[in-house]
Design a protein around this ligand. Structure first.
Ligand SMILES: [Zn+2]
Length: 228
């Protein structure tokens, strides 16, 4: 591993990067202790090598897939801060792969479940459990509408109720900083999607109104990691 890192530090070698991906983040998701051990060198290389930034971010995104991932990542606080800074700089340039980089930013901020579930808000769906009656509610945010519904295998999304997006000034973190970054970078659709996801939904089964983000977080985080 150190030899491979030596190699990519000297020059851009595609084969060496391929091998580093295989060893440190197989299929873009399988991480090991060695992956986290490589973070300092990858981070140091990241300003000069786009591949290094991409691989380092993929490792951070994989944190929760490793049983000791949290502890291993906690050993690299400076690297995480630096990567977050680099990603934030790249986002300000409004790159073509903005949404993918934005999801890297979310992982670097510890928002793993949002990192994994944000799409581009053209056609995003979230399955949540209503806190009032435990009915499974489908939340849609996209071109087909922004609604809460009951998903019926034959009839599609039925009993649709319009979502109630949070006014920007009422957003709380992490929704607030996510929205601010999207607005700063002119990502109108993303900013709107964030207002919906951090807003309220009405359950079609019991009429109770609940916070989508809270229901989504409960559905996706192990109990020890509830940070919302
Ligand atoms: Zn309900």
């Amino acid at each position: 591993m150190p030899l491979l890192l030596d190699e990519v530090e000297r020059e851009e070698v595609t084969e060496a990067w391929d091998e580093l991906w295989d060893r440190l983040c197989l299929h873009g998701e399988t991480v090991s202790a060695a992956s986290f051990a490589a973070l300092p060198r990858l981070t140091a290389l990241a300003p000069a090598r786009a591949q290094a930034l991409e691989l380092a971010n993929a490792i951070v995104r994989g944190t929760l897939r490793h049983p000791d991932g949290d502890a291993l990542l906690a050993g690299c606080p400076n690297e995480v801060d630096r990567l977050r800074e680099l990603v934030d700089q790249r986002l300000r340039t409004r790159p073509a792969d903005y949404n993918r980089l934005f999801s890297d930013l979310l992982a670097l901020a510890g928002q793993y479940h949002w990192s994994a579930s944000f799409g581009d808000f053209t056609d995003d769906f979230y399955a949540v459990s209503c806190p009032g009656c435990e009915a499974e509610v489908t939340i849609a945010v996209g071109d087909y509408g922004c609604y809460a519904a009951i998903r019926d295998w034959d009839q599609g999304d039925i009993e649709r109720r319009s979502l109630r997006p949070a006014p920007a000034e009422e957003l709380r973190d992490p929704g607030r900083w996510m929205h601010a970054a999207a607005v700063r970078d002119g990502q109108q659709r993303l900013a709107e999607g964030i207002r919906y996801v951090f807003g309220h939904a009405e359950c079609p089964a019991c009429d109770s109104v609940f916070t989508i983000a809270e229901a989504h977080t409960n559905a996706n985080l192990p109990p020890a990691l509830e940070t919302y």
